[in-house]
Design a protein around this ligand. Structure first.
Ligand SMILES: Cc1cc2nc3c(=O)[nH]c(=O)nc-3n(C[C@H](O)[C@H](O)[C@H](O)COP(=O)(O)OP(=O)(O)OC[C@H]3O[C@@H](n4cnc5c(N)ncnc54)[C@H](O)[C@@H]3O)c2cc1C
Length: 394
């Protein structure tokens, strides 16, 4: 194959097929419900189950557990396209399929995978990842949730907050979570906590979020939860390395969501600039509007290319692309936010109104500068990694 023949965005017929399936699903089923669920601050369960039927919850999960066993490029395609329509639904799906299921597929043992992954892939259970606490976010090694060994179990005490998929409704916690807890001085271990375990309950549902309102964000309380020893993931003390192992694909799929947001904003802007006339000519002929269109296009294309190029190089379950995983998210998150801002500006007053979509995307875009690592966390990681190994710059 000649280098010019490589399609970075769909490198194989299988990838082209996935993109087609997700596009069709997004157009016919995701888009029509997006504004309504944003306004109601409600997660769409029926849509989640449809995504499962189409195989979208198990794209990277090995076939032995019901998934498709595909690569990071396939995952990026799914979240780019879903987020172009409903970033809140994309976030919940991603928290379930990547933060939870993919993480367990990589770090769990065979018994855990067989017991849990088929249910997660089929959308029978919804899962999430519990890292953040009321007093600790970025400084993850300082987290306060503790796990103490007691015979054949671990006793978990603590509170987690801002957990995507934390609840099924206002009274019921989600089904299954990977929970990071301290098992020693600056030592983390990972536990599987399931709905129904005594002492495990839903705290508050976060209401009135700025964006991502169609995803369910909650506080989860662990009050002396007795977690059977078989639910320890990997070995004691492996929590931090497990976190690192999953972080690359987590950050990359979040970056892909920003790319999806930017691409949608660009399409909305172009259509409007062609149709709307002011001062006797189409908007597209005004220099200041041209600047929004051109800058957004260049940034969107650069972010998209960087995300897919990094996806091509990521080996799922291994580390090695941390610099690019951080940098793609650092860059794409800001591109997504700027694109949504530009789109509102180009549409003027209409851009400020819900039915024109870009105001919702503007609110949703901000989350990606915070969740999965803040911009400042990426600055810190990148500066450290690059100064340690300047040869990364070539
Ligand atoms: C909608 C939503 C969904 C989420 N979903 C999940 C989830 O599913 N699971 C989960 O575990 N978490 C989730 N989070 C939490 C998210 O990952 C954290 O909010 C994020 O990691 C930041 O932590 P924090 O909010 O505690 O901020 P803090 O860590 O308290 O930081 C506050 C500010 O200080 C900056 N800062 C902190 N330390 C430094 C430093 N050393 N140098 C410079 N600046 C610094 C930060 O960048 C930030 O700007 C979610 C959050 C939201 C809003």
């Amino acid at each position: 194959m000649q280098p010019a023949d490589l399609n970075l965005f769909a490198p194989s017929p299988e990838h082209a097929q996935i993109a087609e399936t997700v596009r069709e699903f997004t157009l016919r089923e995701v888009e029509p419900q997006a504004l309504e669920h944003d306004r109601a601050e409600r997660f769409n369960w029926a849509l989640f189950r449809r995504a499962a039927e189409l195989g979208l919850l198990g794209v990277t999960i090995p076939e032995a557990y019901g998934g498709a066993g595909l690569d990071a490029t396939a995952a990026v395609q799914v979240y780019e396209i879903l987020a172009s329509s409903d970033p809140g639904f994309a976030l919940s799906s991603m928290a379930h399929a990547i933060l939870f299921a993919h993480n367990l597929a990589v770090n769990g043992n065979e018994e855990q995978r067989r017991r849990i992954l088929p249910k997660a892939v089929a959308g029978k259970w919804i899962g999430g990842l519990c890292m953040t606490e009321p007093e600790v976010g970025t400084d993850v090694l300082s987290l306060r949730t503790q796990a103490k060994r007691d015979d054949d179990a671990w006793i978990l005490d603590g509170t987690k907050t801002f957990i995507t998929n934390g609840g099924i409704d206002e009274n019921t916690e989600g089904d299954v979570f990977l929970v990071y807890a301290a098992t020693g001085e600056r030592e983390l271990s990972t536990f599987l906590v399931e709905k129904g375990m005594e002492g495990f309950r839903l705290g508050q549902k976060w209401q009135d979020k700025l964006g991502m309102r169609s995803s369910f964000t909650a506080e989860l309380v662990f009050d002396g939860v007795r977690v059977p020893a078989r639910n320890l993931v990997g070995s004691v003390g492996e929590g931090t390395s497990q976190m690192m192992r999953n972080l690359e694909v987590e950050r990359l799929t979040l970056a892909a969501m920003s790319v999806g947001i930017a691409g949608r904003c660009l399409r909305v802007m172009l259509e409007y600039a062609n149709e709307r006339r002011t001062f006797g000519k189409p908007l597209r002929e005004h220099g200041q509007i041209q600047r929004y269109l051109a800058e957004t296009f260049a940034e969107w294309k650069a972010a998209r290319t960087y995300v897919y190029d990094t996806a091509r190089r990521i080996r799922l379950g291994e580390v090695g692309q941390r610099v690019d995983a951080d940098a793609t998210k650092l860059f794409a998150a800001q591109v997504g936010k700027r694109a949504a801002d530009a789109a509102i500006q180009v549409l003027g007053g209409y851009g400020y109104m819900g039915e024109y979509v870009v105001e919702r995307l503007w609110r949703d875009a901000k989350l990606i500068e915070i969740g999965g690592g803040t911009l400042e966390a990426h600055h810190k990681n990148l500066a450290k990694d690059l100064c340690r190994d300047p040869s990364q710059v070539g």
